[in-house]
Design a protein around this ligand. Sequence first.
Ligand SMILES: NC(=O)c1ccc[n+]([C@@H]2O[C@H](COP(=O)([O-])OP(=O)(O)OC[C@H]3O[C@@H](n4cnc5c(N)ncnc54)[C@H](O)[C@@H]3O)[C@@H](O)[C@H]2O)c1
Ligand SMILES: O=P(O)(O)OC[C@@H](O)[C@@H](O)[C@H](O)[C@H](O)CO
Length: 441
Amino acid sequence: MHLGLGAFSRSHLAWYTARALDARDWGISAYTGRSRELAEVLTTQDGLYTLIERSAEGDRASIIENVVEAHVGGDLASLIADISADETVIISLTITEAGYRVGVDGLLDSTDSHVRADLAALSNIEAEPNPSAIAVSTAIGRLVLGLDARRRACSGPITVMSCDNLPNNGSLLREALLGMAEAIPDTAAWCKQMVSFASTSVDRITPSISPEEQEELAATYGDRAPVIAEPFSDWIIEGEFPAGRPAWESAGARFTDDLEPWESRKLWLLNGAHTLLASLGQLRGHRTVAEAITDPVCLHAVNSFWDEAERHLPATLGLTEYRSALHERFANARIEHQLSQIAIDTPTKLRLRVMPVAVRERESGREADACATVIASWLAAGEQRLVPLGIEAADTGTAFSWDHAVLAVESLSTKLAADGAFLSAVRDELDRVRHILSAAR
Ligand SMILES: NC(=O)c1ccc[n+]([C@@H]2O[C@H](COP(=O)([O-])OP(=O)(O)OC[C@H]3O[C@@H](n4cnc5c(N)ncnc54)[C@H](O)[C@@H]3O)[C@@H](O)[C@H]2O)c1
Ligand SMILES: O=P(O)(O)OC[C@@H](O)[C@@H](O)[C@H](O)[C@H](O)CO
């Protein structure tokens, strides 16, 4: 079963499962978060869709057949039936970073109004004879509602697996889920015993498709829900699957007891650079990753950030090859990866993908200049409303001041905001970025 049916789960999870040697034994019942359209279109296509692997040289299309049911996220009756069924043994998630609803402390954010509403609704479950009438709206709330039904049905153990771009995503999901399950004490205890949490590092660039391209692809493939992805893919998994799993390793996935270095390599080098390009690239007038990476100013900033990040990763991870492959992947101009899409929720992404490098650089006694450039690019792009700063006064006010900048840095890391030398490097870089931009006009 999958929560967060979208482009990525279909280019990655479903694709790996379809290529596994035991693919015929497995099917995926998938739920969107909110969108009705994708679930409806896929249902009319019997769950079938075309995956287009798009390299710089051409396209290779294949039909993926293992999404056996597609539901709207709010279809709670089906969701409860799926989660409580004994034959459901894995629930995977791609609900986006924001979908976990955790605070900076890594715990379920009880100040979030949707979280509070779900906690209140779940705590009344005993009084409600029809659980699908319980009004839960968050992905985590729905998951707990389903797991409560699984407990009552006396079904067996299950693995919950996050495939979102978050560090330590399995543990983060565990904290969020147990925080929500506290609303039903027996279910919280059952989850601790019966639910296994797998962490994964997932990698395959899968851009959203523009409406114009949708039309073209519908005409070419007769498919109203195709997915485009780069040919490259990688999947590293840590965790237990007590009730079984597809033989994903036969399709190229790797299992490890220590995911953290692989995850940091991917999140810092790939996603960190994407987040940098979303700011600097848009400031420089680019629309896509491929356009931005051909710009020497952006390329220099990416390489400098990679130099800093690489110092804090084990050399055994093949970093030279990984960087060079990344450069080639970013430059694939046939993949139209919009910087505006990547810019969504930039503050959270910087906090998790860039600040850990900056902190390590400063702790090692270095300047962290390249990280300062990333932050300065974000501030400059936020000043121009190209990316969110996450500071209400700056995102909605009329003027941007250095005080807003300091508040913004503080929201990413209180430690770095208290580091005068780092703040001063950010200020110098902000002046430099503004100067480069005004010279270019
Ligand atoms: N697209 C990629 O290249 C890629 C690569 C690696 C990992 N990922 C991970 O997958 C996630 C989804 O990417 P996608 O390309 O499938 O996006 P998408 O927009 O195609 O699908 C996102 C899905 O998540 C649901 N969703 C969105 N916000 C939610 C929320 N707040 N709560 C619950 N559900 C929510 C949506 O309704 C949809 O079902 C990313 O955020 C990232 O963590 C994506
Ligand atoms: O929304 P994000 O930042 O998690 O993702 C945007 C892209 O960086 C991301 O989708 C990458 O393409 C992906 O992580 C590649 O594996």
